[in-house]
Design a protein. Structure first.
Length: 288
């Protein structure tokens, strides 16, 4: 007889497999140009952090399997669309060891594929069954707001006239929109469906905004050479105030934002803790 933990792990594995199948089918083979590009993107795999976070949170809040899968897939589609479009804007040629979509298939294909994924994400949300009308409306608005916030953040990120004078507070404001919105999306969606209190949803929103800053700072540390003088990067923003100890300042900032995210999460129901610590612990490990 399987233990409760083993049973939970087996249920999660089954949901992950279902999500991967659903992702694979999101672009029809009857649209070969988009289908081939999408298969290329899926082959790069990535960590699927947002998808895992979505499933963990949805399961903990007692959502049905169908709701768990749909929310996780929709969030992953939004994330993948943002990556494809960001690669076009940043002219990045490789991601996770594979050529980016625009580099392999052309800019037009990349833009059209990203657009198609966003439409598919919104369609999946619109077709969710057994939701009260007000919850469906709130969920749709949540996805719209997250997509628009991330897009606004990306525009700020690549505004070369502004980034040279960004303060650390400016940097955090941009990253809260760009990274925080998409990290918070899967958790807030699950909370809306399970009809959590608006105050709790607001706290979770702030927690994942803080986590998004910590995540982006560590990412910026690795990208500091490529980003210098052309993209917003927390390493170079902090270097103005800490020219002789910038890496130490950056790591201290990561710890500060993680600690703040943890403090906020701990004030929420325990059902929301595990999903957070799955992504939290991976970042703590990277920080050490």
């Amino acid at each position: 007889m399987l233990s409760p933990i083993a049973t939970a792990d087996k249920a999660l594995e089954s949901l992950i497999d279902s999500c991967e199948r659903s992702l694979n089918e999101c672009i029809a083979a009857s649209c070969p140009a988009l289908y081939n590009a999408w298969q290329h993107q899926l082959a790069a795999k990535g960590k699927r952090l947002r998808m895992h976070l979505s499933l963990q949170s949805s399961l903990a809040l007692g959502l049905t399997d169908r709701h768990c899968i749909t929310i996780a897939v929709a969030c992953e589609l939004v994330h993948q669309a943002s990556l494809i479009h960001d690669d076009v804007i940043d002219a990045d040629t490789h991601r996770n060891g594979k050529a980016t979509i625009w580099h392999e298939y052309g800019t037009a294909t990349a833009i059209c594929l990203g657009d198609s994924l966003l439409v598919e994400a919104m369609l999946q949300i619109a077709l969710l069954e057994n939701l009260p009308g007000t919850v469906r409306q709130q969920l749709t608005q949540l996805f719209r707001d997250a997509i628009q916030a991330a897009a606004e953040g990306q525009l700020d990120d690549c505004n070369s006239e502004k980034i040279a004078s960004y303060s650390y507070a400016d940097y955090c404001a941009v990253v809260r929109k760009k990274s925080g919105a998409l990290f918070g999306l899967p958790v807030l969606a699950a909370m809306l469906i399970s009809q959590q209190h608006a105050i709790a949803i607001g706290v979770a929103h702030r927690a994942y905004a803080e986590f998004g800053i910590a995540y982006q700072l560590l990412d910026d540390l690795g990208d500091r050479v490529a980003d210098q003088h052309c993209r917003m990067n927390g390493y170079w923003v902090l270097s103005r105030d800490y020219p002789d100890e910038v890496e130490g300042a950056l790591r201290a900032a990561v710890k500060h934002h993680l600690d703040e995210a943890e403090r906020l999460i701990e004030s929420l129901p325990s059902s929301l803790h595990h999903g957070f610590y799955v992504v939290h612990d991976s970042l703590r490990t990277k920080l050490s």
